[in-house]
Ligand binder design. Sequence first.
Ligand code: NAP
Length: 278
Amino acid sequence: VSGPPAALCGVLGHPVGHSRSPAMHNAAFGALGLDWRYVRLPVPPERFDELVRALPASGYRGANATIPHKLAALRAADDATPAARAIGAANTLTFEDGRIEADNTDAAGLVDALARPLAGLRALVLGAGGAGRAAAWALREEGAEVAVWNRTPERAAELAADLGVRAAERPAAAHGAAPPDLLVNATAVGLDAAAGHDEAIASLGLDGAEPPPVVVDLVYRGDGETPVVRWARAAGADVVEGLEVLVRQGARSLERWTGRPPPLDVMRTAAANSAPET
Ligand code: NAP
């Protein structure tokens, strides 16, 4: 007779049916021989704090937070890592010794997925939402020269002032006359499969632009290449897809909760094959 799992983890979101994290983490627990279970935790914003506080007593060791809870996750924590504090948002909560610790593994996950030295590179981040903040902070920490462009310029200016990076008025002139070495799409552009390719590239100010040697698209979809990935590959750029960044942020969370080395290949396969719940 199988009893309840030895420990629980979950993803807090609203909605959360689209999340690939349960498939990815459950496959990892299985590969590590851990009797742990990772579940979806749908929760509306007004009930977030109450639910998070109840999780440790219900057997939870950790949780991920996704849209719209990343700011609330940081606020609900007793301690936060320098990454979570600087970015102003958390995607990972760890429950330990009666305390809640917040981390932001989107930042380290991006650096892990890039898997190359970043010091001195000119990096252009498109987007100044939560993902843009995590990317800009992570790249700056690694010693890159970071410029951020955003559709709404005030948000890019605020991010730049908070994190000590540059705000770019136009993507094409982010580093003056010098072209960037690396571009990260941290906007939601490309998420909508119905929107046109050219329209998506134009909305990022990239029409007619030559892709830099390395391009990351944080956006991922189940149905083939995103516009930014297609644009970059057509010019021979080295592409890092959003799914790899998802796997790497998940791997960092898993390692924090279990203390075990994450089985990356198992997590990659599970994330790639998991069909979002409808
Ligand atoms: P967010 O806080 O809502 O920010 C959305 C960003 O997209 C803003 O910068 C917004 O610009 C921009 N944007 C939206 N529509 C646009 C358009 N038509 N043209 C130009 N810019 C547009 O969201 P987020 O949490 O930062 O996430 C952004 C994306 O990253 C999402 O697609 C998410 O799935 C992805 N993501 C992936 C990972 C991963 O692990 N792969 C992790 C985190 C996020 P304005 O400020 O002008 O509205």
